[in-house]
Design a protein around this ligand. Structure first.
Ligand SMILES: Cc1cc2nc3c(=O)[nH]c(=O)nc-3n(C[C@H](O)[C@H](O)[C@H](O)COP(=O)(O)O)c2cc1C
Length: 369
């Protein structure tokens, strides 16, 4: 049997296999952002389905950084007790779980937060006023520390690690993209400057959680729009991370859902043939040829055959999927038991659209549900 089902190290922890449930906003936290019994049960089911690593949906690190309704929050110690229950439920089923920590930046929903969105620059939309305010240098420094505090809370709650959300057009990815970052200070301009907030965030997290606690990063392979973060910049930044900072893995994704300007993964839909799977495979190949940080690959992976090839050809170290596990939380168990039909997920992204309408996370069409 393929090594894909064998135990594998991530940092200094051991996962049951190489399958990862990619971070997926579940819409199951309570109104304030606390985890709920329903969400803990949902995570436990994934662990029982033999997902090697579960990454939670994005948890906002600061009140003004909330993007979605019923999103997890981690901006205060009061969230630790319910998060502990979630991590405990996964551990009961012998799974491993990371908390994804995030800030939506100017994409935060002020109807939910009641607060003015902030970001690298003041973004204009259709109206006469900017939709966000540019952060001051002090606020940026504070934000790096706020991410560090969130990571520490995850550690205290018994999570096995954290993932920093640096992709999909949220705050860190806004700093990385010149289209959204036209500051005139040391956080803008060169790639090194645009990456500064991310690098300082990683240092802050490490200072708080120590060198042994797994810290991973999700970034875009590229933004897919003019003046966005490019593939060569992703490679350059990853090389920098290789030399300077300790992250235990990088998950590469892509795009940005902001006003449809980028090719954000969930928007790509329809039944995929094997040749259309693994959208960011070419970026992964380039990454693996020059960077030694382990790579998690996400985006459109639907068959065991493709997943196995990616691992065996050395193009990825971990296989990450989101929508297939909404439809089939026990997909890994099914594949492992010999039923190797591709994921039943039709990639229609109805799950996401209905979530935006106020629903919680479920598959609306899968015959298995
Ligand atoms: C319903 C839904 C919620 C998502 N929430 C998050 C999230 O909280 N954080 C994140 O990094 N990506 C999120 N994503 C993106 C997924 O992690 C993943 O990158 C993307 O769906 C492509 O993988 P897939 O083809 O296996 O679904 C979400 C996707 C969906 C469909």
């Amino acid at each position: 049997m393929s090594v894909i089902f064998d135990p594998v190290k991530l940092g200094n922890i051991t996962l049951t296999n190489r399958f990862v449930r990619a971070a997926t906003w579940e819409g199951m936290a309570d109104e304030q952002g606390h985890s709920t019994p329903k969400l803990a049960k949902f995570m436990k089911k994934l662990a029982e389905g033999r997902v090697g690593l579960i990454i939670t949906g994005h948890a906002y690190v600061s009140p003004e950084g909330q993007a979605h309704h019923h999103q997890l929050a981690v901006y205060h110690d009061k969230f630790i007790s319910k998060l502990t229950e979630m991590a405990g439920a996964v551990h009961e089923a012998h799974g491993k779980i990371f908390l994804q920590i995030a800030h939506a930046g100017f994409r935060a929903d002020r109807r939910l937060t009641g607060l003015e969105p902030i970001g690298p620059s003041a973004i204009m939309e259709d109206g006469p006023d900017p939709i966000s305010r540019a952060m001051t240098e002090e606020e940026i420094e504070k934000m790096c520390s706020v991410f560090g505090d969130a990571a520490l809370r995850a550690q205290k709650a018994g999570f096995d690690g954290v993932q920093i959300h640096g992709g999909h057009g949220y705050l860190i990815s806004q700093f990385l993209a010149p289209l959204f970052n036209w500051r005139s200070d040391g956080y803008a301009g060169s790639l090194r400057n645009r990456s500064r907030m991310l690098l300082e965030t990683i240092h802050n997290i490490r200072a708080k959680v120590g060198g042994e606690f797994p810290v991973i990063l999700k970034i875009n392979s590229e933004d897919f729009f003019e003046q966005g973060f490019t593939l060569s910049e992703m490679l350059e930044l990853s090389q920098l991370l290789d030399q300077e900072c300790k992250v235990d893995a990088i998950e590469i994704s892509g795009g940005n859902s902001y006003r449809g300007i980028g090719r954000y993964a969930p928007v790509r839909s329809g039944k995929m043939s094997p040749s259309e799977e693994a959208w960011y495979r070419d970026s992964a190949i380039q990454f693996k040829s020059r960077i030694s940080i382990p790579l998690m690959l996400v985006g459109g992976i639907r068959s065991l055959e493709i997943a196995t090839n990616l691992i065996e050809e050395g193009f990825a170290d971990y296989i990450s999927m989101s929508r297939p596990f909404i439809c089939e939380p026990a997909l890994v168990r099914r594949w492992e038991s010999g039923d190797e039909r591709p994921a039943l997920c039709k990639s229609d992204t109805l799950c996401f659209k209905k979530l935006l309408d106020g629903d919680d996370l479920k598959c609306h069409v899968c015959p298995a549900v």
